[in-house]
Design a protein around this ligand. Structure first.
Ligand code: PEP
Ligand code: MG
Length: 883
């Protein structure tokens, strides 16, 4: 078996396709060497060796020693230097390199091969004693830090003391003798801390470094990083050993990092920094301020230190040529490390550059326009979830922030405003034109008006599909939920986090993208739906099969949804309309009525209101289907709490307050999510659904009359478990339709279907499809009921579940494809068998999640429905799923 792969000097044992074997860095070094770019010669020890290293109790097989020796010989042959040579020693760098770059792992040891003898050779051969001793002390310091894992503070302290003694500020002020003295100090520190002298045998140094790289794969930091980024431990890392080139050999030498395009805005301009007479880590370490690469960037920043374009025009020209070549070769924006040694350019790394969402969009669209990639590739390049950043105002990354707590990033965007602790106060302040953040332990449908009035929502409890999170996403309001450290005293109108206290009226800021809660106002920047965004969406729509609808119930939501390209409403939650201040009294009167007659009196008042709601939605969504769901939540959610609310309802209904309270107590449920809700309301109080159906059909007729365009209503029954339930409800709806059509003489085409949100419904989908004309998967409830995990309480323990790998991701955010997904597949298959071509959609929160959308594509659903602000994300994700 082979473990060592060479590159440089006309040899390339690997290439960019070998990322799994050679790691990203190793594969790209081999690739650059193979296309003739100047890469210092070296070799990569493969990731397979890492696996074997652990299999064999962290030791190396004999065979690999011979291979490594051959690798060193390869470098020696090309550089005409020898490893450990006292006259002109070969020095190497040793770097880790996993399949994908992993900060948190051991990274780099430079100048390996220096010892008390070779340092003299380096001084003689380079003619620069200072450089040689500086290199040696850097090596001891790095090796001690990353290989021997000694306390690096002692080394820094020794350097500081040396500078103080000499009365200088900068490393560059130290001369050869000073570095030599420091080397002696460093060696003493090593001996003291490590108990052994600093290794003088260059081969021992090399194997020490190689072992440390493989060893770092299982260090705690790397483990944490892997867990957070879903990287399997089995991948392993590779090790790259490469001839050193020196950017610190005087003023014709330099080192730098660059992007082939602007990684933050995406502009087509080289973007980078370099330092003259420095080694790689100096750029990152921030000891000296790096200079700009290009003249334009320097002028743009008003900086005076010359750019590389000015200071080293010839090398810059060559570098620019390499940038273009690499971009064309890799067909993507590259992130590059380079070194210039005495006027000669060397490439040390290239990889696809990380970029902001904005840059990703611009680069993808530009590259397609330049003909570098196809439109489809451009569509595939942009991470749909990252679009979130572009669709909401975001905090100015440059603005200072005073973060006091962190919760779940429940709904993206950022907002600042006065903290308020109840919905009415929120509304009151908003009417006065003030920005407020609604702070609640958790929210319920009663808070809707306050949530709407608020600029943002902050809750102490609740997960990613808690009421607050779902509603906030739907409204496009930023929301941070489940901030466990938040102690809210709503009565006293104050919340505390540790020793910090926020009272009503104090300004706070929330960042729904990170979950951060801050005191004070932090400046924001508005979203820019620039031309690139639209262009990419057009390309995405060309390849997409799945339709994308929106979950929307207000005219504003519907408008936003249409603007973002929604192809219909997939879920209109009618209960949200019930909470409107103008209707809540009638709603309560209806709920608290003793009998059907009492309910009908209240429903009469609600009918015209609902009709107007639906008419507005139909008009905005002209030509597109609108799925209206009949009333779903447990009735007690609408009940009054305050004394004056009871009085108001009693007044409107003409009954006593005491009788009302008794009735309210009767409605109490122990487990309301599994209680008197969904179609169970329609089964027990048919007059409620009858009123809603009437409102739908009357509205449709009115709109058809007014606009000449017939709306396309799809009436949806929630929480169905059995065929019989749907049969009863469908008859009720059909009878109502017939009656309304007869009254007006106008007929409207409509469908009656059901949500599939209970496991029983999924299993009995074959029978249910005999009645239902479409299915919409309500994956919020289906997840809750299939997993037996409450969607409103899950946040308290689901984090641990994800950490322990029980679920790969929060199943309320990204569909549990194995379990809930199987129920969906069963339902789709059985439903189609009964009713070929039955329309299938999804309207749970998962309808806006890219991984879940990919599943929907695979299962052949007809559409996904997401909150309005996620519609573009869903369009892009659906396109990628179809590619
Ligand atoms: C669902 O359960 O997935 C759904 C869309 O309905 P709701 O979130 O309103 O319960
Ligand atoms: Mg539901």
């Amino acid at each position: 078996e082979r473990y060592v792969y060479r590159f440089g000097g006309g040899v390339s044992d690997g290439g960019k396709g070998d990322r799994n074997l050679l790691g990203g860095k190793g594969a790209n070094l081999a690739e650059m060497a193979s296309i003739g770019l100047p890469v210092p010669p070296g070799f990569t020890i493969s990731t397979d060796m890492c696996t074997r290293y652990y299999e064999e109790g962290q030791s190396f097989p004999e065979s690999v020693r011979a291979e490594v020796a051959a690798g060193i010989t390869h470098i020696e042959a090309i550089t005409a230097k020898s490893f450990g040579d006292k006259a002109d020693p070969l020095l190497v760098s040793v770097r880790s390199g996993a399949r994908i770059s992993m900060p948190g792992m051991m990274d780099t040891v430079l100048n390996l091969g220096l010892n008390d003898e070779t340092v003299l050779g380096l001084a003689a051969a380079s003619g620069d004693e200072r450089f040689a001793w500086d290199s040696y002390r850097r090596f001891i310091q790095m090796y001690s830090d990353v290989v021997l894992e000694l306390d690096h503070g002692a080394f820094e302290e020794a350097l500081e003391i040396a500078k103080e003694d000499l009365g200088v500020n900068l490393d560059t002020d130290l001369g050869a003798a000073d570095w030599k003295t420091l080397v002696a100090k460093y060696k003493a520190i090593v001996e003291e801390q490590w108990g052994k002298p600093f290794p003088q045998d260059v081969h021992e140094q090399l194997w020490g470094a190689v072992g440390a790289v493989f060893g770092s794969w299982q260090c705690d930091r790397a483990k944490v990083y892997r867990r957070l980024n879903d990287i399997p431990a089995s991948w392993g890392t590779a090790v790259n050993v490469q001839a050193m080139v020196f950017g610190n050999m005087g003023d014709t030498s330099a080192t730098g990092v660059a992007f082939t395009r602007d990684p933050s805005k995406g502009d087509r301009a080289y973007y980078g920094e370099f330092l003259i007479n420095a080694q790689g880590e100096d750029v990152v370490a921030g000891i000296r301020t790096p200079q700009y690469l290009t003249l334009a960037a320097r002028e743009g920043a008003g900086a005076t230190a010359p750019s590389m374009e000015e200071a080293m025009p010839a090398v810059y020209g060559e570098l620019a040529r390499v940038f273009d070549l690499l971009e064309t070769h890799y067909r993507d924006m590259q992130d590059i490390e380079f070194t210039v040694q005495e006027g000669k350019l060397w490439m040390l790394q290239t990889r696809s550059g990380k970029r902001t969402a904005k840059a990703a969009l611009k680069i993808a669209v530009d590259m397609a326009s330049e003909g570098l990639i196809t439109e489809e590739e451009a569509v595939a390049r942009v991470d749909p979830s990252a679009l979130d950043q572009l669709l909401h105002p975001t905090l100015d990354p440059k603005a200072p922030r005073d973060v006091i707590a962190k919760g779940l990033p429940a709904s993206p965007g950022a907002a600042s405003g006065k903290a308020v602790f109840d919905a009415d106060t929120a509304e009151h302040h908003a009417e006065l034109g003030e920005a407020v953040i609604l702070v609640r332990t958790e929210t319920s449908p009663e808070d809707i008006h306050g949530m709407h009035a608020a600029k943002g929502i902050l809750t102490a409890r609740g997960g990613m599909t808690s009421h607050a999170a779902v509603v906030a996403r739907g409204m496009g309001r930023p929301c941070v939920s489940g901030v466990g450290t938040l102690a809210i005293d709503a009565k006293a109108k104050v919340f505390r986090v540790g020793s910090r206290e926020v009272r009503e009226g104090d300004i706070i800021t929330i960042d729904g993208a990170t979950g951060e809660v801050m005191i004070g106002e932090v400046a924001t920047i508005e979203p820019e739906l620039a031309g690139d965004f639209g262009t990419l969406m057009v390309w995405a729509d060309k390849v997409r099969r799945l339709k994308v609808r929106a979950n929307a119930e207000t005219p504003k939501d519907c408008q936003t949804a249409r603007q973002f390209g929604a192809e219909g409403v997939g879920l209109c939650r009618t209960e949200h309309m019930f909470f409107d201040a103008a209707r809540i009294t009638a709603v309560r009167q209806m709920i608290l009525a003793e009998d059907e007659k009492g309910r009908r009196v209240a429903l009469e008042k609600l009918l015209p209101e609902q009709r107007d709601d639906f008419a507005m939605i139909f008009e905005i969504m002209a030509g597109l289907p609108v799925t209206i769901r009949l009333l779903d939540p447990p009735l007690h959610e609408f009940l009054p709490h305050a004394e004056e609310e009871f009085a108001e309802v009693a007044d409107a209904a003409g009954v006593g307050v005491e009788a009302l309270k008794r009735r309210a107590a009767e409605l109490h449920e122990f487990n309301p999510m599994l209680g008197h809700r969904g179609c169970r309301l329609g089964v027990t109080y048919p007059e409620i659904y009858e009123m809603q159906a009437r409102a739908i059909f009357e509205a449709a007729i009115a709109v058809e009359k007014r606009t000449g365009a017939a709306p396309i209503p799809e009436v949806m029954v929630p929480l169905v478990a059995t065929r019989r339930e749907l049969e009863l409800m469908k008859k009720l709806i059909d009878d109502t339709a017939k009656a309304v059509f007869a009254e007006s003489g106008i007929t409207i085409d409509y469908l009656v279907g059901t949500m599939i949100e209970l496991p029983r419904a999924a299993l009995k989908a074959g029978e249910i499809a005999e009645v239902g004309e479409f299915f919409s998967f309500g994956t919020n409830d289906l997840t809750q009921t299939a997993l037996g995990v409450s969607r409103d309480d899950a946040a308290r323990f689901l984090g641990v579940y994800v950490d322990k790998g029980i679920y790969p991701k929060d199943p309320f955010v990204s569909l549990d494809i194995e379990g809930v997904g199987e129920l969906i597949e069963i339902a789709a298959e059985r439903g189609r068998k009964t009713r070929p071509g039955i329309k299938l959609g999804i309207c749970g929160e998962h309808g806006g999640d890219p991984a879940s959308i990919a599943f929907c594509e695979k299962t052949g659903l007809d559409y996904v429905s997401a909150s309005p602000y996620r519609v573009p994300i869903a369009r892009l994700a659906a396109a990628q799923a179809a590619l």
